[in-house]
Design a protein around this ligand. Structure first.
Ligand code: SF4
Length: 568
């Protein structure tokens, strides 16, 4: 998220009441951000009124503008077509002053009858989505979330149109999914799925590596135009991480292409095997828009040689983490290598090995002792979701919304496995070169049971991580307890007792015996019952609401015990 960040909330009475509630939440969750919130919500206004007072906002230079009109438009007879035109005009005006614009959909209402009102509201919400698609904006889809959270839409309403306390929560939840998230990460297989690499690591994810051919398709200009057309003014973070990105013939064309757009950033994962002099002189590097992850491969280089490259980049202001794959033969040498990097305060991000070694499949085949050893150097999410591969199928994820994968022919999907020819989950969202890409407007249910990338894991809403800013690996590790301090890098789990059954259950370690099974059971039950008790209370409430007489009696009884809340 931008920091400092001035946010203008521009809309009607609903905006007016939601703004202070959301501001409180945002401030408590992002205390490090210098926030300046402007509540520009005016009761009773339509989009037409909003347009008329746009001049009054002249002089404001917000980083973000959240627009919330529509409820009064349909009630006061502004047609959906005119509403769409007005909205588009507002968006253009705010974009002209460089703001990141977010639209909110209209919450359900019951004025004039729930069915009639909501079929009209749906039309206006379609207009909002049409504007979002046209200008490539992200939206806080309050309406869709509302319908998922409340079986009875009235539950979130104070009167016929305005939200109550529960309705505020839905608004805040929907806004929290977009307002503090500036980046759209584009994991771009810019040089092909069978990307070129100069190493021959036996544990390579791409078993057919190394490939010597370039697979860059088209020209940098074509890609630039395609990305602009697909994402508009979104802040794009291009992530090049397949094969060795720096040896592709078009690499520096791509770096220049990204550097030319002030709102674009570049991230790469590299084995640092090539000279870096040219890279540190590029525009993205000079302007602090370049982040690098260094993947260390002990069979191809020495720690000392790798360290030289790390120190060179540090000298040029680029701090990079060392990514270390725990291939079984490396377990013995790991601590020795680790000490070399740790001595110079480089963060080591440990990855589990996934694949076959000596006829066994990993990570399942690590012994318990090996897993415990690896986990000591890992942040929390790496242990749970990568080392112990917690099942994430069906979990809500920002993939497709704030994160996409683009292959070398322009196909866009929402998880890094989609382009494998044999996968059954080809979650294609269109093609940027063919100009038919449609970005997800709300979180999707994740289709695969595991995730091996830090972005993929951080995208899970359940995890509650903030967006990965700057260096994605370091941002991810920090949120899971591994970060730089004045005295070196702090590894949260160095002394965690992974033999403790309670801890093992929490980190998703496979149970070793009855005691472990018991704690796994407790952990799963806890999650189940947490959901079940909420479901139970909702069912009782629903039943009571259907019998008005019963509702009145219960209210009276509660009034005796809690006079302030339920008393007459
Ligand atoms: S450096 Fe990376 S891409 Fe290249 S062979 Fe090794 S693991 Fe594969």
């Amino acid at each position: 998220m931008e920091n400092p960040c001035k946010i203008v909330f521009f809309g009607d009475s609903i905006t007016k009441v939601i703004t202070p509630v959301f501001e409180e939440k945002l401030r408590s969750e992002y205390p490090e951000v210098a926030l300046d919130i402007v509540n520009a919500g005016v009761s009773g206004e339509t989009s037409k009124d909003g347009l008329a007072r746009l001049d009054a906002l002249a002089g404001q230079t917000p980083q973000v503008v959240v627009i919330g009109f529509g409820m009064n438009d349909w009630r006061k007879g502004v047609s959906a077509k005119e509403f769409e035109k007005n909205l588009l005009k507002m968006v253009e005006e705010f974009e002209n002053i460089g703001a990141r614009v977010i639209l909110t959909t209209i919450n359900p209402a019951i004025e004039g009858g729930a069915k009639a009102a909501n079929s009209i509201i749906d039309k206006y919400n379609s207009a909002i989505k049409a504007v979002a698609r046209c200008r490539k904006l992200k939206i806080a889809d309050v309406n869709s979330l509302w319908k998922k959270e409340f079986r009875n839409i009235r539950k979130g309403l104070r009167d016929k149109i305005h939200p109550n306390r529960k309705g505020y929560e839905v608004f805040c939840k929907a806004l929290m999914r977009v307002v503090p998230r500036r980046n759209t990460v584009v994991l771009w297989q810019y040089n092909g799925r069978e990307a070129k690499c100069n190493y021959k690591c036996p544990y390579c994810y791409y078993s057919w590596a190394p490939k010597q051919t370039d697979y860059f398709f088209g020209t940098a200009q074509q890609w630039h135009d395609a990305f602009k057309n697909a994402f508009g003014r979104q802040h794009l973070v291009f992530y090049l991480a397949f094969g060795e990105p720096m040896i592709g013939a078009a690499f520096y064309d791509v770096v220049e292409m990204i550097g030319a757009e002030p709102d674009w950033e570049l991230r790469i994962t590299s084995n640092l095997s090539v000279p870096l002099d040219r890279l540190v002189e590029t525009k993205v590097a000079k302007e602090g828009r370049l982040n690098i992850n260094g993947s260390f491969h002990p069979l191809a280089t020495s720690p000392e040689k790798f360290l030289e490259q790390l120190l060179f980049l540090r000298k040029h202001g680029i701090e990079i983490p060392v990514v270390y794959v725990m291939y079984p033969p490396f377990l013995e040498r790991f601590e020795k290598d680790f000490k070399i990097f740790d001595k110079h305060n480089f963060l080591v991000h440990v990855r589990r090995f996934r694949g076959d070694y000596k006829g066994k499949f990993y990570p399942e085949s690590y012994t318990d002792e090996e897993k415990r050893f690896i986990a000591r150097y890992c942040d929390d999410a790496t242990i749970k979701y990568m080392l112990n591969e917690q099942d994430i199928r069906g979990e809500l994820s920002y993939s497709g919304m704030h994160f996409v994968v683009v292959d070398c022919t322009g196909n866009v999907g929402y998880d890094s496995d989609i382009f494998r020819p044999y996968t059954k989950y080809r979650c294609i969202l269109g093609n940027v070169l063919q100009e038919n890409f449609i970005q997800c407007l709300e979180p999707i249910e994740y289709p695969e049971h595991r995730e091996g990338t830090v972005d993929g894991v951080a995208n899970l809403l359940k995890l509650g991580y903030h967006e990965l800013e700057g260096n994605n690996v370091m941002s991810f590790a920090r949120q899971g307890g591994v970060y730089h301090t004045e005295n070196g890098v702090h590894y949260k789990n160095l002394n965690t007792d992974f033999t403790d059954s309670r801890v093992r259950a929490e980190y998703n370690f496979p149970p070793r015996g009855l005691k472990d099974e018991f704690f796994v059971f407790l952990q799963k039950r806890r999650e189940y019952w947490r959901g079940a008790s909420k479901r139970g209370v909702n069912t009782i409430k629903r039943l009571i609401s259907k019998v008005p007489f019963l509702k009145m009696i219960i209210k009276k009884i509660l009034g005796i015990f809690f006079p302030k809340r339920f008393g007459l």
